[in-house]
Every structure is written in structure tokens, then in C-alpha cells.
Write a protein that binds this ligand. Structure first.
Ligand SMILES: Cc1cc2nc3c(=O)[nH]c(=O)nc-3n(C[C@H](O)[C@H](O)[C@H](O)COP(=O)(O)OP(=O)(O)OC[C@H]3O[C@@H](n4cnc5c(N)ncnc54)[C@H](O)[C@@H]3O)c2cc1C
Length: 459
């Protein structure tokens, strides 16, 4: 099979051997080359499944921001491709001081003095098995790209219309090309169009992303400047909190820079279009009046933008027919548990395993059904609890108010189920369930993988 080009010819999609026994498998396209789409492609390619990614942008987005990975994210990248983990570790950044090695953040007050006047010194959130690990998104995307053969990602391909019939999906791009595939995996982000195709008819109220009643300001500051500004508080992950506002900082780029994100609760609601709007430094400072002056100094390095944040707290299903959702388009979350991208990675582990077991297009329905059953409850719970964490960290949860010790204690309880999840168990169960549905057997299929040298081997 191949993608149908405008001239009616068919084109092979990835670097599979020309006489591969896998050729009877369905033709699958991914829409969107963010962390979710790339992760799925890495998992599929490693298992010998052909795929092409269509991405609207001209090139990979190098938006200046960091990303933190918890143990479940690291577990996911291990399962997608062991080389991914090695390459990530080489680029990842830990907290600088040994006493913060196991903390996802140290909670402090955002007010003048960071809480010292109240006698508050430290509020570690973490676990003995947790190792702080973050990366620059640009580095992460670079690593992921290196794991995908050249030509698999097609840039400048913005889908302008997607049409599903019983047995296939036709996508028209704004450059005039049209393709028809057996299935489309929508990895097109929180505002992605594929969400409407899956939910529009049955749950129209769930299609549009929900404003989190929160916007952010963010930036990256060179570590030497950060040390001048924050002194001993630079170099490690910290969360400075106050009523309705906060700022999270953490080191990236092997300690050469510090990433920061200011969170601001917005009780008025976002009335404009769902895009970032320009803000001057003075406007940001005014908005954040009441922070310790050292934190406000970080704004000298902030992007001059106010970003509204959106999530998908409810998603009734992750698939309809031959269109299936993965990543933020399915379950975008607020960033308060630093777990949004990790859910896309987990999706990719389970879905790539299932798609590797699919032998013909008729089996796609079973694969998507199992994926939805296994992944949706967990990913939606992450979205829901991340929102709750944001309410608590901004001192709006009546159970905790501004009691920092109670907030830290709760934070220390709430992340284990995310971090310690048995993802391999999920993937094993998914495959067994799929085989039971399609072939009446729980026996694991023989999965052919393609290693770095292009050699095929069995798992
Ligand atoms: C401030 C902030 C901090 C965060 N911190 C963390 C963290 O520490 N840890 C963590 O795990 N997560 C974090 N997240 C969440 C994480 O960033 C997201 O979950 C993740 O990046 C989503 O990846 P994605 O691939 O699903 O979507 P996206 O990254 O949005 O990618 C979607 C892609 O689809 C393309 N696209 C869209 N429409 C079309 C179309 N019509 N045709 C073709 N292409 C299209 C887009 O160009 C884009 O490249 C954070 C989020 C925010 C906002």
C-alpha cells in the first residue's frame, strides 16, 4: 500500500524493505510532529510499522521553553526505544545541589523574603525514587528527530480538510496535495482539528479546549544571570507561591540556563482569540505586583507574551472510525503536575504496540478500542488532578488555603500514582486484549523491530 498522490500514483511511506511481510498492514498517517506525534512514530518505526507524519510548520518548533520528565516519562521513552533514553540522559539536566536531587520542586513563598520572615525555609516535594530531570524542548525534539528516518516527517503540510469514509481517511493539505490513508492519528495539539472529527457529532460541547482560567508568562534566563538575581535559589527547581499566582523555575541545558513560568489565575475569563497576546515588561510587572523583587527581575528575560492556557478535562472517546487522538488533542492538561507530555508518551507506547500487532485495516477498530479503554481513564485523571493541583498551588483550595505545610504534604502524596504506573503492564494487557478480540487468542504476536542498523529482529 502507499499514500495516494494527487496524480493517483502510490508512494511508500517509510524506509521498510521493499518486500516486507508487513506490507499488508494498514497505511497510517500521523498529523502533527510535536512530542506526541514524534513519540508515536518512534515507537512504530522501532516495531517495523510504516508511517508518515504531516506537520504544518516549516520546521520543528524551537519555542524557548523547558520540559520536565518524571519517572513515568522516563519509563515511556525506555519502552519506545532504548536509544531514546540514552540520548535524553545525555541532554537532560538535574537539580544542581545534591540535597535537591530527589525533589520535583522546593515550595517557597513568592512574597518578599520567600517566606523567611515567617520562618519558612524549605518545602521539598519529591520521592526517594524520583530524580529531577529536565530538558530544553529544542534538545528533546532534536533527539526525537534523530530516531526517525529522514523523509518520514513532511513539513509545510497543514491539513485544511479531513474527510472520513467507512474505510479510509482523506486529508487535503493547503499546498494542494491530497492523500488517502487507512487511518489518521491526530497528534495536532490542544486546538487540533481531529478532535472535532472524533467528538463533534456526539459530544460537541467537548470539542473546544476549556480555558483553565489561568495565563502564563515564561522565559529562559542564562544561569549566570539567574545566580546574580536569585543567588542560592538559582540552579534547582523551585515553586514560589502566593494567592492566585506563582512562578516555577528549573535548570535546563546542563545548568547553563534556568527555565521560568509565571502562573496567573484569571477570574475575568479570556475574551479574545485563544492565542498569546503581546505584553510589555511594565505590564507584566504590574500584573505580578507583590512578588519578591528578585522574581520580578526574571521578567527582563521573559518573552513579551501573555499565554492563555487550555485543557481537555473531559473527552468521551479517543477515536471514531479510522481517526484516533493522541497527546494534547486528546487530554491537554494544565502544567501543574508536569505530566502533560508524559501522557502523550504513554499513549505512544500503548498505541505503537497495538499498531504493530494489527495485520490488516479491519483490525484497526479493535486496536483503537483497546487503546481508548486503557489510556483514556488514566490520561483524563492526569488532566483532572493537574487542574486540582493548580487550584491548590494558587491557594484556592478551601482544604489547604495558604497553609504551605499542608500544600507540601498533599503534593508529596499526589504524584506517586502518576510516576509509578506500570506502563509495560498496560502495553502487555493492550496487546493481549487486542489479540483476544481479533484472533481469539491471548498469545503475544511476534513483533518485528528494526534496530538502529536497519536489521530486523524479534522482541
Ligand atoms: C507552560 C507549560 C509547561 C509544561 N511543562 C511540562 C512538563 O514539564 N512536563 C510535561 O510532561 N509536560 C509539560 N507540558 C505539557 C506539554 O508541553 C504538552 O503536553 C506537549 O508538548 C503536547 O505535545 P503534543 O505533541 O500533543 O502537541 P503539540 O506540541 O501542540 O504538537 C502539535 C503539532 O501539530 C501540528 N499541527 C496542528 N494542527 C495541524 C494541522 N492542521 N496540520 C498539520 N499539523 C498540525 C502543530 O504545528 C504542532 O507541531 C507543559 C505545557 C505548558 C503549556
Amino acid at each position: 500500500m502507499g499514500i495516494v498522490q494527487q496524480d493517483g500514483s502510490r508512494r511508500a511511506t517509510t524506509a521498510l524493505p521493499s518486500k516486507s511481510p508487513l506490507q499488508a498492514r494498514p497505511e497510517i498517517a500521523i498529523l502533527g510532529a510535536g512530542i506526541g506525534g514524534l513519540a508515536l512514530a518512534i515507537g512504530m518505526i522501532r516495531r517495523g510499522v510504516a508511517v508518515t507524519i504531516y506537520e504544518a510548520a516549516e520546521e520543528f518548533s524551537a519555542v524557548g521553553a523547558g520540559i520536565g520528565f518524571g519517572p513515568n516519562a522516563l519509563n515511556s521513552i525506555d519502552l519506545l526505544d532504548p536509544r531514546f533514553r540514552q540520548m535524553y540522559e545525555a541532554a537532560a539536566t538535574a537539580n544542581e545541589r545534591p540535597e535537591f536531587e530527589h525533589s520535583v520542586f522546593d515550595a517557597l513563598y513568592a512574597e518578599e523574603g520567600f517566606g523567611e520572615k515567617r520562618g519558612w525555609k524549605r518545602g521539598l516535594v519529591g520521592a526517594p525514587y524520583f530524580f529531577r530531570s529536565s530538558a530544553h524542548r529544542k534538545d528533546l525534539l532534536q533527539i526525537m528527530t534523530e530516531l526517525i528516518p529522514e523523509g518520514v516527517v513532511k513539513f509545510n503540510k497543514r491539513a485544511k480538510s479531513i474527510h472520513q469514509s467507512n474505510n479510509n481517511v482523506t486529508i487535503a493539505f493547503d499546498d494542494g496535495q491530497t492523500i488517502t490513508v487507512d487511518a489518521l492519528i491526530g497528534c495536532d495539539g490542544v486546538k487540533g482539528a481531529t478532535r472535532g472529527l472524533v467528538l463533534g457529532k456526539t459530544h460537541p460541547e467537548q470539542v473546544a479546549p476549556t480555558y483553565c482560567n489561568m495565563y502564563i508568562y515564561r522565559g529562559i534566563i542564562p544561569m549566570k544571570d539567574c545566580k546574580e538575581v536569585l543567588g542560592q535559589h538559582a540552579g534547582d527547581a523551585k515553586w514560589f507561591m502566593r494567592k492566585d499566582q506563582g512562578v516555577a523555575i528549573y535548570p535546563i541545558q546542563k545548568g547553563a540556563a534556568e527555565n521560568f513560568v509565571f502562573f496567573v489565575n484569571d477570574h475575568k475569563g479570556w475574551t479574545g482569540p485563544p492565542v498569546a497576546i503581546p505584553r510589555t515588561k511594565e505590564e507584566m510587572r504590574e500584573d505580578l505586583a507583590g512578588f519578591d523583587e528578585r522574581l520580578l527581575k526574571l521578567l527582563d528575560w521573559a518573552q513579551p507574551l501573555q499565554w492563555p492556557t487550555y485543557h481537555h478535562p473531559k473527552t468521551h472517546t479517543y477515536f471514531k472510525g479510522r481517526i484516533c487522538l493522541l497527546g494534547d488533542v486528546a487530554h491537554a492538561t494544565t502544567p501543574h503536575q508536569a505530566a502533560g507530555a508524559s501522557q502523550g508518551l504513554e499513549d505512544a507506547v500503548v498505541l505503537s504496540r497495538l499498531l504493530a500487532a494489527v495485520q490488516n485495516p479491519d483490525e484497526l477498530d479493535a486496536a483503537f478500542r483497546v487503546y481508548d479503554r486503557i489510556r483514556r481513564p488514566r490520561a483524563q485523571r492526569v488532566a483532572q488532578t493537574s487542574y486540582e493541583a493548580g487550584v491548590m498551588y494558587s491557594w484556592n483550595d478551601p482544604n489547604f488555603g495558604d497553609d504551605m505545610q499542608k500544600i507540601v504534604d498533599n503534593a508529596n502524596e499526589r504524584l506517586h500514582w502518576i510516576w509509578q504506573h506500570d506502563l509495560k503492564g498496560d502495553a502487555d494487557n493492550a496487546e493481549a486484549e487486542f489479540l483476544q478480540m481479533t484472533r481469539g487468542s491471548e498469545k503475544s504476536s511476534t513483533v518485528v523491530t528494526v534496530n538502529g542498523s536497519g536489521m530486523k529482529h524479534k522482541l
